[in-house]
Write a protein of this length. Sequence first.
Length: 284
Amino acid sequence: MASRDQFQRFIFEDSQVRGAWVQLGESFREIGSQAPYPDSVRTLLGEALVASVLMSSTLKFEGTLSLQAQGKGPLSTLMAECSHDRYIRGLARFDEQAMGEEDFHKLLGEGRMAITITPNKGNRYQGVVPRESDSLAGCLEEYFERSEQLATSLILFSGDEGAAGLLLQRMPGATDEDDDLWDRVNHLARTVSAEELLELDSATVLHRLFHEETVRLFDAEPVAFRCSCSRERTLGALEAIGKEECYSILDEQGSIEMDCQFCHAHYRFDRNDIDHLFTGHTLH
């Protein structure tokens, strides 16, 4: 059994082809336990979490990358996020009464999918993901091709107890030799099974797939579930709602109570808290 909740980069020596591998265990189970997800929703959430980790490996700054989908199907919302230091969180909202054995497009229905990149310093960027492929991996490959002009392969698997994936990417400046290498390793990567990716360690998987190539595997990085919610951030959301709306809720309910949708942390704010938020001191 492989050690779960790890991420690793790798490169093919003397080429412009790189890759990444990830395997999620406890982090996936913890996120998946936040709601009674049907199998099809849990599977897609696992694939989205894996994809967020793999795609975050392409960032060259501190911040977060999130994958968000909203649609008119039984699965109305899908969100997975990974930070530069490999902390993940995610959620899905679904209509239990409308659920069936749905495929990718039927689950989401008509809607929008986007990648949002939020640097700790700098401007936020959002790119639209095409919804033309029959799988999440295929849609994300098209996103890289159109938005980044980078040939990218994503292999995503999600099971009952874990999720895992591979990313291969051909970098700018590729030579004819790199093109040949890309075709070769991309074909080989497509032969990997769900069982291999979910159960085996990275070195074993890469050796089985690419034993005729010279692969350099970098040190493993831990992946963990962590929610970025806090009392301060929740107050910031209340500030965005506005003074009038906040006091209206207080007058009606006596306090403002909010639950984090990712980790279910509960926050309660009384009139003194709201006074301090909007005036800097307590009025009552």
